[in-house]
Design a protein around this ligand. Sequence first.
Ligand SMILES: [Fe+2]
Length: 222
Amino acid sequence: MISARYPSYMNIDPFIDVERLKSLDGIITERLRQRLASAGDRQFYTGPFLFDANTPDLPGSRMIELARSREPENYYDLDRTEIWEPSAEAAEFAPLMDFIATLPFAATGRMLIMYDPIGRAVSAHKDHDSTDLCHEFIWFRSNLSKPFYMLNPETGERAYVAGHAAWFDTVNQFHGADGSGGLSFSIRVDGVFSDEFRNKIPFPKENRAAAPSVWANSVMAV
Ligand SMILES: [Fe+2]
């Protein structure tokens, strides 16, 4: 049986249209710069599971919600696809929404752009602590300027995401970003993967949250 090794992430570039994603970089960057003037976007909160308690849980990045829940905020709702609907901001980022429609999801839930105009570090954190819960999401970016990494808490070893898209274990390892000094952003879409995509994934019977790392390890073992 293939197990998970940390730090690790599953490279999703082979499953998406990377050239189309890269072609959106100019328009996303331009729209983000237009929004900076208003500065009304909500601050990103890492949650309580920080790797280093001395790092900020409000690291300075902000979020643009491309979908909004019809129910009061609850982190465990992010893949309840039936309660999410496109926000007004989705229209502002229409070419991005068209791209998201090409991703291997049967249905989408929460959709966020995370950005920081001055590219501050994002404190390493876990998203939650339920090892039996595996969120199906794709993290992606139109350029490589955000130094985004996975971190093994026991060894301190980091694995930086090299490409444009990843799926990663958010529970058994930490993730964060180094400062970049300039506008940096990434996008995360949660939902339910398509059956075709799910069929490729070796979901473990226990510690289901480890599925992205088990998958990454199995690909490397081939
Ligand atoms: Fe996170």
